[in-house]
Design a protein around this ligand. Structure first.
Ligand code: SF4
Ligand code: SF4
Length: 281
């Protein structure tokens, strides 16, 4: 684990003997913000981008999904690799910007915000190590234009860390919550339709101006999506509910509580019955 102040001596430039070797054999996870940038660059909807360029994978056990870039048909190369380099350089994914580093996000107990540290990846084919001037990792991140993308994807990393740290305490996520996570994080245009729907409007009380912004700005919608998921998955209320919806929600919570109490009482009665039967034996 390296701090942002640790020195990195690495340079990748055209003319190096291994040019494009890294892009010829990809295993590349995308952040929600990577998808947002790439779909805009390629002028595709998020659903079209996902279908054409990505593969889902299990990011965390219990089905929390991630998305990887799909290599070219029948091969291992990145679909954006060109002879003269990256065909989407200005919008290249975060993992490509970080290389040869990997970001490690960790949250210590009792800390509100997670801490970033870095791992250095050394692969035999990459000849960039030891080239160019040594500079702090933080400077390298700036050179590669990483901080804005990291900031924009921070809410997504937080959700994953939170799920990990709560683990079994909140139980296995429901199929519906996993689908919501996928839609909000990766299929932003579908989430936009969801936010614009009558069903959403009947539950959530969004000021008209905020709703208008969400419907026209991807970046704002993504950040709202992370808030929405914290509310739906972890009960962190930050989006106001309509009065009727709040009453219904309260009634549902009361029903659930009563059901859990009934189940607990039933289990206790069964346990006592088994103990008595064992004593009679
Ligand atoms: S997106 Fe660009 S930099 Fe990243 S693997 Fe593909 S070609 Fe290489
Ligand atoms: S130096 Fe490393 S990052 Fe640059 S082209 Fe070669 S393998 Fe890729």
């Amino acid at each position: 684990m390296l701090a942002g102040t640790a020195p990195l001596q690495f340079r990748c430039e055209r003319g190096v003997a291994c040019w494009n070797a890294c892009c010829s054999n990809i295993d590349l996870a995308l952040t929600p913000y990577d998808i947002l940038r790439l779909k805009e660059r390629l002028e595709l909807s998020s659903s079209e981008f996902l279908a054409q360029y990505t593969l889902p994978y299990e990011l965390e056990k219990d089905g929390i999904a991630g998305v990887k870039l799909k290599p070219v048909a029948g091969g291992t190369a990145c679909p954006f690799m060109r002879e003269d380099g990256c065909g989407v350089y200005e919008q290249r994914p975060t993992a490509c910007r970080y290389y040869p580093l990997a970001l490690l996000s960790l949250r210590k107990e009792n800390e509100v915000r997670d801490q970033s540290s870095y791992a250095l990846v050394r692969e035999a084919h990459c000849l960039g190590h030891g080239r160019g001037p040594a500079r702090p990792i933080d400077t390298y991140r700036e050179e590669q234009g990483i901080p804005p993308g990291d900031e924009a994807a921070h809410g997504w990393r937080e959700l994953i860390l939170k799920k990990k740290s709560l683990g079994p305490a909140i139980g296995k996520p429901s199929k519906r919550s996993l689908e919501l996570f996928f839609m909000v994080c990766y299929d932003l245009d579908r989430f936009r339709n969801f936010v614009a729907s009558d069903g959403f409007g009947a539950i959530y009380d969004l000021p008209a101006e905020e709703l208008h912004t969400l419907l026209i700005e991807d970046a704002a919608l993504l950040q709202f999506g992370f808030r929405f998921l914290r509310q739906v998955l972890f009960g962190e209320q930050s989006i106001a509910l309509k009065a009727d919806a709040a009453t219904e929600r309260h009634a549902r919570q009361q029903d659930k509580l009563a059901r859990l109490e009934r189940e607990a009482a039933l289990r206790r009665a069964q346990d006592e019955g088994e103990i008595e039967a064992a004593e009679d034996d």
